[in-house]
Design a protein around this ligand. Structure first.
Ligand code: PRX
Length: 659
């Protein structure tokens, strides 16, 4: 079968709406179209349906407490433990031998954890954390790649009521230090290294370097030995412990799950915003777990007997919600893969789908664009017939990529859910319920039942279908962030606006995305409206990158924008003014790239560094980023009349096009 021509292709190109098959609908967890109305009429009590998926220690009586807007509380008089819900209850319910985690290393070695295995290891590590002195409510930082010890450590933290803060392993030493400082975290769990495209990477060196930047005493560090004989031979310091030694010491230990208030913090997740400083998004135990379990059930259609694979990294919110908490709360088998999709060959992911007979697969549009580029011969080599449902997340998916995914991975049998959500929302917000709604490629879909999302103009008024506006969420939901860690003021400033109409004051949540809606209420997300860019589904603040560049010797000023990129979606374009006496040459360019990698990580690496004597500025001295974006995208330039230095624009343009 070729990628391009044929009758089928023509039909796919023309077709705007796709129906789920009868077979899918019949078996779907949610297939009754009345659910939208039911949730609306019965709001907020409708959310009991999510909370009922969990086992509560103390049943809640209040669903929503909105007495202190926008600091909403959910199920606040209930108590619950997330580790109990993701592990113990499945063991107690007779499912101890069901596989909880299937892990595959880059070299093909595998590890299988049943719920009983998970129970044992989570308990032992919880005991180890306690012995090291970790107390309830103390933040434990986890700086780990995709190894099974990461979800085990998360669940062990949850068991003893110590919130975790997972720092993506691809982030730099500086990024680790910033996050440990911000969270005032005294404990670190990390790893000696991991494999990427066949090479062993030294992770502990980066972790140790990060520890040097921590501004307070770190009580203890735990190091997982992933590399064995391929390790880099680091000696552990006095307060550094080997994971296996700790587990040996704790063999057979059991730790009672701590009874947590529903509103107690489950974890912190740092994400990028408009300013240079990352934001510590706080998620709580009851509402978050109920919401991720509910959306895993209703959108991902997960059943306990499924093998489910989300190819994200646990270092991002997608992995927290839909590799760890949602699927494990439902007692599903969740797959974890350590490596890259093109190692040893470009069919690696399909090899894994075939090997484990994956039922539901969830990935990012950037990966799909790469698969498209590589061609359909790679998925065609493998038997993908086990798949029932496909999903995407992280950035807009264009109809072409959607259709490729639908056809070449799903064989036109599997519904595709394009799920819009954010670190802050905790779980999916806008997408089709696959057993209820038709799909429209390129559009995420309507808001989920119980979610009041709208598209508004600058005044907060709803706008008509087809026109671009701002996305808002006008009612709270259980998975929402509760605040920014230790910064309630910034939480309100960044996300909330209060509108008052005749009836009441209304608090409105701003996700900072542009969007439009069609006549059927389907929403198409157009991208960020703040200074955040989305590189391969990874969220990066332009200010963070700019401050890294300005930190490089010889740089006077920098402006960073996102330019379109065929595979990554967006790529980092950096426009840089050098100080007098410094040359904008290749050496300087390398130092800038290195500076960004050191401050943030390789994901933020600029695609292009353009040296310029000036940046386009308005008369009031503001950099006109819109123009820089247009230049990066080689688009026709908009109005330049408000510029103080319009002549610089053609100069920069010539440089970018010449590169
Ligand atoms: O711009 C939206 C985009 O990703 C942003 C959230 O990034 P982050 O907090 O890192 O979470 C990513 C994983 C949930 C959003 O503000 N985004 C996410 N999903 C979609 C999307 N844009 C379009 N379509 C989506 N399905």
């Amino acid at each position: 079968m070729s990628d391009g021509d044929g009758e089928l292709e023509a039909r796919l190109v023309e077709q705007e709406e796709f129906e789920p098959s009868d077979e899918f609908v019949e078996q779907a967890n949610v297939s009754d179209p009345d659910i939208y109305e039911e949730f609306e009429e019965n709001w907020p009590d409708c959310w009991e349906r999510a909370a009922d998926l969990l086992d509560w220690e103390e049943e809640y009586e209040t669903v929503l407490d909105d007495s202190n807007e926008p600091f909403y509380e959910w199920f606040s008089d209930g108590t619950i433990n997330a580790s109990y819900n993701c592990v113990d209850r499945h063991v107690e319910n007779g499912d101890k031998n069901r596989v909880a985690i299937k892990w595959e290393g880059e070299y093909g070695e595998t590890r299988t954890y049943t719920y009983q295995d998970l129970y044992r290891e989570v308990n032992e590590f919880a005991a180890a954390l306690r012995d090291m002195g970790v107390e309830e409510d103390e933040v434990v930082t986890l700086y780990m790649p995709m190894v099974p010890e990461l979800p085990i450590a998360m669940l062990a933290c949850a068991r003893i009521g110590a919130p975790h803060s997972v720092v993506f392993a691809g982030f730099s030493a500086d990024a680790l230090a910033t996050r440990m400082n911000s969270a005032d975290s005294d404990y670190l769990v990390t790893c000696d290294g991991y494999y990427r495209r066949g090479d062993a990477l030294d992770h502990l060196e980066k972790a140790n370097e990060g520890l040097e930047g921590v501004d307070h005493d770190v009580e203890a560090t735990v190091v997982v030995d992933r590399l064995g004989d391929d390790g880099f031979g680091h000696e552990l310091a006095e307060n550094q412990h080997d994971w296996d030694d700790l587990m040996d010491e704790q063999r057979g230990e059991r730790v009672e799950p701590v009874e947590r208030d529903a509103e107690d913090m489950l974890f912190l997740m740092y994400t990028s915003g408009t300013t240079g400083e990352p934001k510590g998004v706080k998620h709580t135990t009851g509402g978050y777990l109920a919401y991720t379990a509910w959306t895993s059930h209703a959108v991902l259609d997960l059943k306990p007997e499924d093998t489910y694979w989300c190819s994200a990294d646990i270092g991002w919110i997608t992995g927290h919600s839909y590799i760890v908490y949602g699927p494990l709360a439902l007692g599903t088998t969740t797959v974890m893969y350590e490596g890259t999709p093109d190692f040893p060959e470009r069919d690696r992911l399909w090899d894994i789908v075939e090997k484990y007979a994956v039922d539901v697969f969830y990935t990012a549009p950037t990966a799909i664009r790469a698969f498209m580029k590589w061609g359909s011969k790679f998925p065609e080599r493998r038997d993908l017939s086990s798949l029932r449902l496909l999903g995407t997340v992280g950035e807009p998916i264009n109809p072409r990529a959607w259709k490729w995914y639908y056809k070449h991975i799903g064989d036109e049998e599997c519904p595709v859910v394009d799920t819009w959500w954010q670190t802050e929302t905790g779980g999916m917000m806008i997408t089709t319920l696959p057993g209820v709604k038709n799909m429209k490629p390129g559009s995420a879909g309507p808001p989920l039942p119980g979610i009041d999302a709208r598209i508004v103009d600058t005044e907060g008024e709803e706008i008509e279908p087809g026109r671009a506006g701002y996305l808002t969420v006008n009612k709270p939901w259980p998975g929402m962030l509760r605040t920014l860690y230790k910064n309630d003021e910034r939480f309100i400033d960044e996300y909330w606006a209060e509108y008052s109409d005749e009836d009441a004051d209304e608090w409105v949540y701003f996700p900072e995305d542009g969007a439009k809606i069609d006549e059927d209420g389907y929403m198409t997300i157009l991208g960020r409206v703040d200074d955040v860019i989305n590189v391969s589904g990874h969220r990066l603040g332009t200010m963070e990158i700019e401050s890294a560049i300005v930190g490089v010797e010889g740089v006077a000023e920098a402006a960073v924008v996102g330019g379109n990129h065929e595979v990554k979606g967006e790529a980092v374009y950096a426009y840089v003014i050098t100080e007098d006496g410094y040359e904008g040459d290749d050496e300087m360019r390398s130092r800038i790239i290195e500076g960004v990698e050191d401050a943030i990580g390789p994901i933020a690496r600029p695609e292009q560094v353009v040296f310029t004597p000036e940046l386009p500025k308005t008369r009031s001295g503001k950099i006109m980023r819109r123009l820089l974006e247009e230049i990066a995208n080689e688009e026709e330039l908009g109005d330049t009349t408000t510029l103080r230095n319009p002549e610089i624009v053609t100069d920069i343009q010539a440089k970018v096009q010449g590169d």
